[in-house]
Write a protein that binds this ligand. Structure first.
Ligand code: B3K
Ligand code: ZN
Length: 844
């Protein structure tokens, strides 16, 4: 397979004045006719006329009405064309029923739907399938299905047909079509300039009662984008469709977002608080793409972070505003460290803007998305709120309707604020997590902080240059008062010192407040200093961070030195938990330990070979110690979460339930499960019922509850995903592989449904001790299924294969076992481009 390089970018030699498509839908033989008006691109060198096209049969082609015989390859079509403008017409036949890749036009549960990002449109018809070719589309759909949807505004419809017109030029990856037996939960929104917009959440008949939250989230997002960014919606309708078989979360197609049903459907009985929050955030994310992604898109796929990093940053800001900002920041930092730092540490590390790829779908990563969002956050911190708003206004103004690059993006910040971003741009090109080492000194009222930055080599990048790191620092006095409020230090050198004058005593520094840069930090500081910050820091992020550091330190000492749990930390934890002035959601986060995988990564960084079983045992022992030390506080926290009246998924009650469920988990370690069983019996919502079930499974009980849960929910795919996932995630190490294998034989297991496959195999690899259990059975089982899945759905197989990316962390036996599985996958005939690229990179 061919490697594509950023440096080879060349514009398409033609522009498109209009596209007309007609779909005659039929399960196995859908006919697509296209009429595309091309005109030479005055800004591009001329070149051969090539249209992408795969897995389809060309029935006929015409140029300016005259039949032509193009040359067809597996990748597309070439053909001689006139010098000036011309119209290209084609009729092709495709087979949606046979399309198990869920990319292009496919069928899911009897409906037709599409997924075109990144390169699915080329499975629908012959077209220049690249984001820098933008065109106005008119679409006619013919089908006996009752609901026929496409992008833009409805033009007209009749019996068995509908026509849509999208006035906004767009790249083909934003094309969408849906045809199905659907019902809508309708709504209305009036934009601030007075445009009336019809909203619809389209679901299967019977699911109407679970779409209300998605609709409310959409309205909230539309208002927020007007208020926070001055961005209004630009069509008469906005449609969202829920589909069961979907490779990822959702897709921002212009005016017709298509969503994985798990990110649309929610009711208190079937969805957890986390699901509700996630739905709200993803609805917002896809909606925000209307401006950051659709109106302004990417010149090429190397610029993916241009739309994804920015849109994630926007959805994070939205959640901060509608929920709790400190809690959101902590959640985002946890995710970034657990997944993006892990990616950076292993063979899949790549820059936020990669320079080459084989399969672009392999680069929809936490690095592009979440680290991409961190870069936008740093830019905002560096230029300030006003500078940021001015830069964004200029971005929308200057680039509306264009397909642009990271250089264009940085230029608007330079032009709007006068700042030189040459060095800052390294955040986009340099892979790896910068590591900061901090030392300090105090003399004569002068306090000096010295930072050294270092980034470990990553594949293809051995030398790393210093980056611009915004470090937010505050200084606390001995009594806990803030003697220097949060100050932004801008580090640009490999090593750099900053001084604070006029202090009366040596302060306690609170460094990297609000997680002001996506870096790791090491500072030799005493446990007492961290305990002080846990008790006093005015920055909620660093207060949480101090507790997290202490938890990690005590776990590390338990694992490496057989130490006892740190009594001082347990005491500090108790004080935080009992502090009712603190947000319960925040307290729940303070109570959560670093995951076993994070501990493995941490030990590996310290130069040790992590033993997953040992980590698990110490993790458990520490939780037991917490359960004992906090015994007096936990019941009250649990009882406070039993909120009378109607369930609400808003932040405040959800936070109380999060804390209550965290308390329940700890109580269950000591009460034999009595309280959890009672909660399971009486809970009227999924948040509390699944937490009770999890608490029981974690102590090796709960089999009756598991059976009752299945009996109650076996008809519901989304709820059953939780049932499949939870028991695997919590299985004893030696039980994980056999249980997973048994569950693949369960009548509810469906290898063609990505949610189910992820519930099963994502939970297996997420169960660190189970995945790495001695003998390697889990490795072999995952590899078996990756091979099987790859033949049906390469994208989902490729995504799940990242479970192996940390293989070099472990002991020789485990390394050998994992490598053998990777090699077995690599040696499989007919492997997809997706999975083979991943496996090759992991084998390095
Ligand atoms: N843009 C889509 C992701 C497409 C993934 C293609 N493999 C969803 C999103 O980020 O909003
Ligand atoms: Zn996105």
């Amino acid at each position: 397979p061919q490697t594509i390089y950023l440096k080879d970018y060349a514009p398409f030699p033609w522009l498109i004045d209009g596209v007309e498509l007609t779909f005659r839908l039929s399960p196995k033989a859908t006919r697509v006719t296209s009429r595309i008006r091309f005109r030479p691109n005055p800004d591009a060198p001329s070149g051969p006329f090539f249209l992408n096209g795969e897995t389809m049969t060309l029935l006929s082609a015409r140029i300016d009405g005259a039949e032509v015989q193009p040359e067809i390859t597996p990748e597309g079509l070439t053909c001689a064309v006139p010098d000036g403008p011309f119209t290209f017409e084609a009729e092709v036949e495709i087979d949606p029923e046979a399309n198990t890749s869920l990319d292009g036009l496919y069928r899911s549960g009897g409906m037709y739907c599409t997924q075109c990002e990144a390169q699915g449109f080329r499975k629908i018809t012959f077209y220049p399938d690249r984001p820098d070719v933008m065109a106005v589309f008119t679409v006619r759909v013919e089908s006996e299905m009752p609901v026929l949807l496409s992008n833009g505004n409805p033009v007209d419809q009749g019996d068995g047909w509908a026509e849509w017109h999208d006035p906004w030029p767009k790249p083909a990856y934003l094309f969408a079509l849906v045809a199905g037996d659907l019902v809508s939960v309708p709504g209305h929104f009036t934009t601030r300039s007075g445009r009336a917009v019809d909203l619809n959440i389209w679901v299967r008949p019977g699911d109407e009662g679970r779409a209300g939250w998605a609709l409310e989230s959409l309205k909230l997002s539309m208002r927020w984008d007007e208020e926070a960014y001055g961005r209004e919606y630009d069509l008469d309708v906005f449609n969202i469709v829920a589909v069961d078989d979907f490779n990822m979360g959702a897709m921002e197609n212009k005016g017709l977002n298509i969503f994985n049903s798990r990110l649309v459907l929610a009711s208190p009985e079937t969805a957890t608080d986390t699901d509700f929050e996630r739905i709200e955030a993803v609805i917002a994310h896809e909606y925000f793409h209307n401006w950051t992604g659709n109106r302004i898109t990417c010149r090429d796929w190397f610029q993916l972070c241009l739309k994804e990093g920015l849109t994630v940053f926007r959805d994070q800001s939205f959640t901060s505003d509608v929920r709790s900002a400190p809690v959101k920041r902590i959640e985002d930092a946890i995710l970034l460290r657990a997944r993006q730092f892990r990616e950076d540490q292993g063979p899949l590390a790549h820059p936020v803007r990669p320079e080459s790829f084989v399969e672009i779908n392999n680069f929809y990563t936490v690095t592009v998305y979440e680290k991409g969002a961190e870069i936008v956050g740093m830019l905002k911190r560096l230029v300030g709120d006003e500078g940021y708003r001015a830069a964004l206004d200029l971005y929308f103004d200057r680039h509306d309707g264009q397909a642009v690059t990271i250089e264009d993006w940085l230029k608007v910040f330079e032009d709007a604020t006068g700042r030189d971003l040459t060095q800052f741009a390294r955040w986009y090109s340099q892979a790896g997590t910068p590591h900061l080492t901090v030392t300090d000194a105090f003399e004569d009222g002068r306090y000096t902080l010295t930072f050294r930055q270092e980034t470990a080599p990553t594949p293809g990048q051995t030398e790393k240059a210093p980056q611009v790191i915004p470090i937010a620092v505050g200084l606390l006095g001995a009594n806990g008062d803030e003697v220097v409020p949060t100050t932004l230090l801008e580090m640009t050198e490999a090593e750099q010192s900053f001084t604070f004058e006029g202090l009366t005593g040596k302060p306690v520094p609170s460094i990297l407040r609000g997680f002001s840069a996506p870096v790791e930090i090491t500072r030799e500081s005493s446990g007492a200093e961290k305990a002080f910050l846990l008790a006093h820091d005015t920055d909620p992020f660093n207060r949480w961070e101090a507790g997290r550091d202490l938890a990690r330190a005590t776990l590390t000492a338990m694992i490496l030195e057989d130490a006892a749990p740190d009594a001082g930390w347990l005491q500090g934890l108790g004080a935080v938990l009992r502090d009712t002035a603190l947000d319960p959601a925040f307290r729940a986060l303070v109570l959560a330990l670093p995951t076993q995988d994070e501990m493995a990564a941490h030990l590996a960084r310290l130069g040790h070979v992590p033993d997953p079983l040992r980590i698990r045992a110490c993790h458990r022992a520490l939780r037991e110690a917490m359960s004992e030390a906090l015994e007096d506080s936990l019941p009250a926290l649990h009882e406070d979460a039993q909120i009378p009246g109607e369930y609400s998924p808003q932040a405040e009650p959800a936070g109380r339930r999060a804390l209550g469920n965290a308390a329940l988990g700890l109580i269950t370690l000591r009460d034999g499960g009595a309280r959890a069983r009672a909660q399971f019996e009486t809970a009227d919502n999924m948040t509390q019922s699944i937490a009770a079930l999890g608490a029981l499974l974690a102590i090796g009980k709960g089999q009756d509850q598991l059976a009752a849960f299945e009996a109650r929910w076996s008809h519901d795919r989304l709820v059953m995903d939780k049932w499949f996932g939870l028991q695997i995630a919590l299985a004893e190490p030696e039980e994980a592989a056999p249980l997973t294998e048994r569950l693949t034989q369960h009548p509810g297991f469906d290898v063609k449904n990505p949610n189910r496959v992820r519930a099963v195999f994502g939970s297996l690899s997420g169960n660190a001790a189970g995945f790495h259990a001695p003998g390697g059975a889990s490795y072999a089982l995952l590899a078996d299924w990756l091979i099987r899945l790859d033949a049906l759905n390469p994208q989902t197989a490729s995504r799940l294969s990242t479970a192996f990316d940390s293989w070099r962390r472990y002991d020789e036996t485990r390394q050998g076992q994992m490598r053998a599985q990777l090699e077995r996958i690599a040696g499989t005939d007919g492997l997809s481009r997706d999975l083979s690229e991943m496996v090759q990179r992991m084998l390095g």
